[in-house]
Every structure is written in C-alpha cells, then in structure tokens.
Design a protein around this ligand. Structure first.
Ligand code: GDP
Ligand code: MG
Length: 318
C-alpha cells in the first residue's frame, strides 16, 4: 500500500475547515475510494467531529424525501445553520451526481456556501456503502456543518444499515399506497423516531395518520420511552415542515437529556471500528486462492482431503 501523503492531507483538511468545497469533495472521494490517505485523514479530523446533528430521512421511493430535505435546508439556512445533505442510493454505481430531479431541485443552493450536497452509491470492493457513509458523515461533521441530513430509500438492508448512523430518523410515508403494511414489513417501525405523512393534500392522508398512530401505540417503544409523533406534511408547499422540524428538535433534546445520544454514539463508533477490522481482514484475504499454496488448498478441498473450516484456519494462519 502506498504511504500517505501527509503534507497533502494536512493542506486538504485546512482548506476543508476554511469552508472550501473542493477540498471537502476530494476528502469524500478518498473515503469512497478507500484511499491510502484515509487513516491519516481520520487521525486528523476525528477529534474535530461529534458536534453535528445527524438526521436520517427514509421512506419509499416517491414519498417526498428529497422535497422534504430541500425544505429542511431552506428553513435551517434561515436559522443560520450550515447544512450537509447526503443522498445514499445503494442501487446507483455513480457518485457525485444526484438524479436529475434532485439536481434541479438542489440548484437553488448552488451559490450558498452553507449547503453542501453529495450523492453516494455503491463503489469499490472493500468497505460497504454504510461504512463509507459513516465516514463521510464524520468528515462533514468535522467540516463544521451543524446538521447532516442523510436521505435513503426505506427498502433493503443497506438502507436500513445506513440509518443506524442517524440520531433522529424521520420516516416519510404517503397515502394511497398501502404504506402502513410496508412500514411493518420493511422494519421502518423500529427505526422511526418520527413519522411524516406527506402529500397530505391527497385524500386518505388522515386515514393513514390514524393507522400509523395505532401502529405506534402497538409498537413496544418502552426501551426509548419516546412517543413517536406522527406529523402531516405537504412538502412541495412547505406545509407542516416547521412543525416537523420542531419534533426533530424535541427528539434531539430528548436524546441529550436521557443519555441516548451517547448510547447512539457508542453504537455508531463500535460499528465503525468493527467495519474497519472487517475491511482489513477482507483485504488481507484478497487473492488468498490466487497464490500457489492457495490453489493447492482449493484442490485439496475439491478432493475432500481437507474440510472448509480447516482450510479457513490455514488461510488465517492458525
Ligand atoms: N402532491 C404532492 N406531491 C409531492 C409532495 N411532496 C413531494 N411531492 C412530489 O412527489 C414526487 C417525488 O418526490 P421526491 O421528493 O423526489 O421523493 P423521494 O423519492 O422520496 O425523494 C415529486 O414529483 C414531488 O414534487 C406533496 O406534499 N404533495
Ligand atoms: Mg429522493
């Protein structure tokens, strides 16, 4: 592995701290590409992180998550907060570019230094998407953003994993799509700190609100003793968005008061370190079967001369 370029890392971090987007974008690319400089980057920025609020926004595709995130950004800017938006799409092999609609919507922030937007998709072999997202969030945190919004679709394990890094998770739902059943299925019930029934301009919104309230009541939330609020929104017109922000604020305050913020922090950091170890192990085992002894081991397995557990012992040097 190439040695880290210390002077370059230092310069990038200084620039990032001074608010230069290009430096931040370069550092994020290092995370995505699992760059050899990454350890040095983390060593330098880690102590600067831990101040940002990290919110997750999830829900089915088309629920209005991006529209909501945009509205949040506008309102938070009014309040003088610096906002970073991370859109996580595991199905996308591309990074750096949002889908067209999102890009157009986000264009209004292009000239605003206080808003940073980045999309993350699957990339590279080592380090899963949720690991990379965690490290991007640490970077944004150390860059001084007050609020980091992580948007991801509420489908699939990767998306749910990504949300573990958020302190407050908003689940967006829409009427007319049998969403309440989806909520149960997708494990969104467990992950939701707040529900937003969006597109409340449509009929059936009140019915969905009632259904979700019933489900929240049935769900065992005693671990948290946080009563999950169900809010009605119409993101396109900004209706209900301030009330939704208020709920998020209350949840954040509750996290601090009850010690749950630290508890989430511990969970986040434990996973981060375990992710690093898994990545190292995977890397060290890369091409294990490509060497001469590895190939021979494979033949022995095929001939039933050795069992897979013993082969694993051999490979891990035990
Ligand atoms: N009628 C209505 N449409 C909305 C509302 N919020 C979002 N939309 C529209 O729903 C579509 C999907 O929104 P988007 O934010 O991209 O959803 P995402 O896939 O969850 O990020 C877009 O055409 C939005 O303009 C709403 O409150 N009411
Ligand atoms: Mg979206």
């Amino acid at each position: 592995m190439t040695a880290p370029n210390y002077a370059r890392v230092e310069a990038l971090i200084t620039d990032m701290r001074a608010g230069k987007r290009l430096a931040l974008a370069r550092l994020i690319s290092k995370v995505e590409n699992r760059d050899p400089d990454l350890h040095e980057v983390m060593r330098r920025i880690y102590a600067l992180s831990g101040k940002a609020q990290i919110w997750g926004i999830t829900g089915p595709p088309g629920a209005g998550k991006s529209t909501m995130v945009d509205q949040f950004a506008i309102e938070l800017r009014k309040r003088g907060k610096r906002v970073a938006i991370v859109a996580v799409d595991p199905s996308s092999p591309f990074t750096g570019g949002a889908i067209l609609g999102d890009r157009i919507r986000m264009q209004r922030h292009t000239h605003d230094e206080g808003v940073f937007i980045r999309s993350l998709g699957t990339r590279g072999k080592h380090g899963g998407l949720s690991h990379a997202t965690k490290e991007v969030v640490l970077l944004l945190d150390s860059a001084g953003f007050d609020v980091i919004l992580v948007e991801t679709a509420g489908v699939g394990q990767t998306e749910l994993d990504v949300l573990k890094l958020a302190q407050t998770v908003v689940v967006a739902l829409v009427p007319e799509s049998g969403d309440s059943i989806q909520v149960m299925k997708a494990g969104l019930m467990e992950i939701a700190d707040i529900f937003a029934v969006n597109k409340s301009d449509r009929p059936e919104a009140d019915k969905l609100v009632k259904e979700i309230i019933t489900m929240v009541g049935l769900n065992d939330h005693d671990e948290k003793s946080w009563m999950v609020p169900v809010k009605k929104t119409e993101a396109t017109r900004g209706v209900g968005m301030v009330e939704l922000l208020d709920s998020i604020g209350e949840h954040q305050a509750w996290l601090g008061k009850t010690g749950n913020r630290d508890e989430k922090g511990r969970r986040f950091l434990k996973e981060e370190v375990l992710d690093i170890l898994v990545e190292r192990l995977e890397r060290s085992l890369d091409g294990a079967f490509e060497t001469r002894s590895g190939k021979e081991l494979l033949e022995q397995l095929l001939r039933r001369e050795i069992d897979p557990y013993s082969a694993a012992d051999t490979l891990s040097g035990q």
